[in-house]
Design a protein around this ligand. Structure first.
Ligand code: NAD
Ligand code: LMR
Length: 339
């Protein structure tokens, strides 16, 4: 034990975070889709997180190898790999947080909604298993189309009688990560200190970065703001095209997913003032789900923050995104209630 603790305390990632495994409570985290393009680097990053005591890696294939590999890293968490549906229950039992990057990614020319036919069914069955085996866990939904998969999971949980709107999150963190990176580049400010809220949903024009609220302030022209907005909205497509048929964002997504999961764990552990953007059940607009800043706490979402002051350009963007987001949400709800 003392050798492990000494190794952990000198690990640069752990030192930077200022945590030691001795002070953090036990937390079991599962990654569903752990052998995939996102799942593998996400498993690595969660293995580096000292807030995790047990890391459960589930996929329909390939998890024994990923789990064996990651388990050799000398950090706090125990790692177990689970493969195939008959092991899903074991993977989920006792989980505090379940991260879902399971499902097919886009190829060039596809929209996220084109993934609906395959991914909706995957998410529906994984959500049913969560309702059965770890109904109190926080759920971080990465699988696309997020604008529909989150409502699908909500409906499955409602049917099972386990729905808690504070515990279901659509992961939109990659939009925030991109907005920060692109803003810092344009404004020529150090990226580490940049903050940009991104609201709405996670597809095309439903992604609405609020550069008028970005900090530190920079005097960017209207053209610059438009270009930054478009690049953030098209960030996923930029990667899909660059990968030319070999999938979509995996590494930046794993990073964003790990940051968001870390925020959820900090909230669960009672760290105050943890605020990130996420697509959650919401009443800040007329839509039942909406991405905005949320305060994370011991029960998941402690507070959904409102949008704050918007520029005229952002007000227009908000108006334009509502019909598409509404129909994606309704599509998810309808699917979940079929059969
Ligand atoms: P991938 O094909 O590389 O990996 C997906 C993994 O899911 C595979 O290992 C596959 O075996 C597994 N899987 C399939 N069905 C499963 C099931 N029933 N249970 C468990 N695992 C199952 O894809 P990827 O690049 O990792 O992307 C995964 C998903 O994440 C896609 O839907 C993609 O669009 C989405 N995504 C979302 C964001 C976001 O910002 N929210 C960003 C990037 C990608
Ligand atoms: C992204 O934003 O990178 C993901 O939603 C994947 C995609 O299909 O663009």
């Amino acid at each position: 034990r003392s050798t492990c603790a000494a190794a952990s305390s000198t690990h640069p990632l752990l030192r930077r975070r200022g945590y030691s495994s001795e002070s953090a409570p036990e937390r079991k985290v599962a990654v569903l889709g752990a052998a995939g393009g996102i799942g593998q680097p996400l498993a690595l990053l969660m293995k580096l997180n000292p807030l995790v005591s047990s890391l459960s890696l589930y996929d329909i294939a390939g998890t024994p190898g990923v789990a064996a590999d990651v388990s050799h890293i000398n950090t706090r968490s125990e790692v177990a790999g689970y493969m195939g549906e008959d092991q899903l229950g074991k993977a989920l039992e006792g989980c505090d947080l379940v991260i879902i990057p399971a499902g097919v990614p886009r190829k060039p020319g596809m929209t996220r909604d084109d993934l609906f036919n395959i991914n909706a069914g995957i998410v529906k069955s994984l959500a049913a298993a969560i309702a059965k085996y770890c109904p109190h866990a926080l759920v971080n939904m990465i699988s696309n189309p997020v604008n529909s998969t989150v409502p699908i999971a909500a409906e499955v949980f409602k049917k099972a009688g386990t729905y808690d709107e504070k515990k279901l999150f659509g992961v939109t963190m990659l939009d925030v990560v991109r907005a920060k990176t692109f803003y810092a580049g344009k404004a020529k400010v150090p990226v580490e200190g940049v903050n940009v809220p991104v609201v709405g949903g996670h597809a095309g024009i439903t992604i609405l970065p609020l550069f008028s609220q970005a900090t530190p302030k920079a005097n960017l022209s209207d053209e610059d703001i438009k270009a930054l907005t478009k690049r953030t909205q098209d960030g996923g497509t930029e990667v899909v095209e660059a990968k030319a048929g070999k999938g979509s964002a995996t590494l930046s997504m794993a990073y964003a997913g790990a940051i968001f999961a870390d925020a959820c764990l900090k909230g669960l552990n009672g760290v105050p003032d943890v605020i990130e953007c996420s697509f959650v059940q919401s009443s800040i607009t007329e839509l039942p789900f909406f991405a905005s800043k949320v305060r994370l706490g011991k029960n998941g979402v402690e507070e959904v923050l409102d949008l704050g002051p918007l520029s005229d350009y952002e007000k227009q963007g908000l108006e334009s995104l509502m019909p598409e987001l509404k129909s994606s949400i309704e599509k998810g709800i309808k699917f979940a209630n079929q059969s």
